[in-house]
Design a protein around this ligand. Structure first.
Ligand SMILES: [Zn+2]
Length: 110
């Protein structure tokens, strides 16, 4: 399940919900007064909960436009690792996240 991070305006600032495959891991957390502060918190949460090393399915960020414009493009949406055919175990597997060509099931380097 993809991670979903939502940011909403609440009172003077912004709050954040983080939903992962483990459920709602953060709810209504204060994440900044200014859009820039909130964007920083959003990018950080994406790195923590949606990066492929923590969720192979990736994740999405939903935030008001004034917040989203400060979030780097690469941290707004993280797509899953494409599956690749392994010549040894003959399965379609995700390769290792750090970019090496390594089958996640049998460990064959290609
Ligand atoms: Zn393999």
């Amino acid at each position: 399940m993809r991670t979903l991070i939502t940011i909403r305006k609440r009172g003077a600032g912004y709050i954040m919900d983080v939903a992962t495959e483990h459920g709602l891991v953060r709810q209504g957390a204060q994440c900044g007064i200014t859009p820039y502060e909130s964007a920083t918190a959003a990018a950080s949460a994406m790195a923590q909960y949606a990066a492929l090393s923590s969720n192979p399915d990736g994740g999405d960020l939903m935030a008001p436009p004034e917040v989203m414009e400060h979030v780097p493009q690469a941290w707004r949406c993280i797509d899953p690792q494409p599956l690749q055919y392994c010549v040894r175990c003959e399965k379609n597997t995700p390769t290792r996240v750090d970019g090496d060509d390594l089958c996640a099931i049998c460990g064959l380097f290609r």
